[in-house]
Structure formats: C-alpha cells, structure tokens
Design a binder for this molecule. Structure first.
Ligand code: HEC
Length: 165
C-alpha cells in the first residue's frame, strides 16, 4: 500500500476516534422519554409505604436514595413490601431509585420491565437521568453499566434492595 494511502487511512482513524470520544451525550430513545415522563408525572409509591432515605449498602455505586415503585410493580410485592423470593415483576413494572445529594435529587436510576423490547437486558430497560431531564445512561446502552451488579440477584428478578433494606 502506498504511504499516502496509509496516511489517509490513519487520518480517518484519528478523526473517528476523536468524533466518537467527543460525543458524550447519551442517545435518547422513545423508551427513555417514556421512562422520564412516568417518573416526572409522580404518583409513585414509596418502598414499604415510608418516605425515608435509605443508605447505600452492599456494592452500591449510587449513594443515599429513596426507593419508589409504580402501581404495577407495587402490586407484585408481598405484605413486607418485597418481591417474594423466586417472584418476577410483570411487564410495565417500574422501580425508581431517587438518588440524593445534599437532601435533593441528584439522579434518577430506573428499571422498567419491558422484556418484549429489543433494548431490554434481563427483561428490564435501564436508564439514568438528571432532574433537569438530561439522560446520563440511555436505554440504548442496554444496561451495559448496570447488569454486572444486578444480574447477581436472580432470586428476585435482578432487584437488589429487598435483600439489603
Ligand atoms: C456496582 C454495583 C451496581 C451497579 C454498577 C449498578 N447498580 Fe443499581 N443497585 C446496586 C445495589 C447494591 C442496589 C441496592 C440499593 C442500594 O443499597 O443502593 C441497587 C439498586 C438499584 C435500583 C433500585 C432497585 C434495586 O435493584 O434495588 C435501581 C432502579 C438501580 N439500582 C438501577 C441501576 C441502573 C440503571 C444502573 C446502571 C446505569 C445500576 N443500577 C448500576 C448496585 C449497582
């Protein structure tokens, strides 16, 4: 191969590397919008009916948080507020981790049960967004940054909190 061709290829490779690394914004899909709309609409229910701050435990990367469920997820919980061991959440279940910093929401981390979606991982869609609406981890990432920890918990549908809180 001629050296001028090599140089052109090399330049092209550099260009794509820089272009890829400078594009830090998550890709926003209709699933992300659906998730953010449902969270911001309110009407979610606190874990065990208590509006309390839970301390991060286990290998949690997130910090202190409040834990909320939509009605569909809530209906799958037992009288202790937990998913029974071996249980699974029905389609449409949403679990929201309202992560706090200095007493107010810093980040929402969400699992939405949608196993029919091609973007699901372990049956869930995975998303993180800021209260100002910016998506930090988009559904299109397919839980790459999430399932490493969550997939360990097979006895409760990949949800960690019931064994920790
Ligand atoms: C390093 C391990 C780890 C990673 C990575 C991780 N989580 Fe978690 N996650 C936890 C633990 C542990 C809990 C239990 C609550 C607690 O103590 O923080 C949790 C709780 C949650 C909850 C509340 C439901 C539950 O499972 O208890 C949601 C929602 C959640 N994480 C979403 C995410 C999303 C979305 C990602 C990826 C962007 C992610 N997590 C990445 C460890 C992790």
């Amino acid at each position: 191969m001629k050296s001028s061709k090599l140089l052109a290829l090399f330049t092209l490779a550099i260009f794509f590397t820089v272009a890829a690394s400078s594009c830090k914004h998550a890709q926003v899909t209709s699933e992300d919008v659906e998730i953010m709309d449902e969270v911001m609409a309110g009407g979610l229910l606190f874990y065990q009916g208590n509006d309390v701050v839970l301390r991060a435990s286990g290998n949690s990367p997130h910090g202190d948080f409040k834990l909320l469920f939509n009605q569909t997820a809530w209906d799958a919980l037992d009288s202790t507020g937990r998913l029974p061991v071996g249980g699974t959440f029905p389609e449409g279940s949403m679990i929201v981790k309202d992560i706090l910093r200095g007493g107010s929401t810093d980040l929402y981390a969400i699992m939405l049960k949608k196993s029919s979606s091609s973007l699901s991982n372990q049956g869930w869609l995975w998303n993180e967004f800021k209260p100002n609406g910016s998506v930090v981890i988009g559904v299109s990432d397919k839980g790459d940054a999430c399932v490493g920890c969550h997939r360990g918990n097979t006895n409760r549908d990949f949800v960690n909190s019931f064994d920790l809180h």
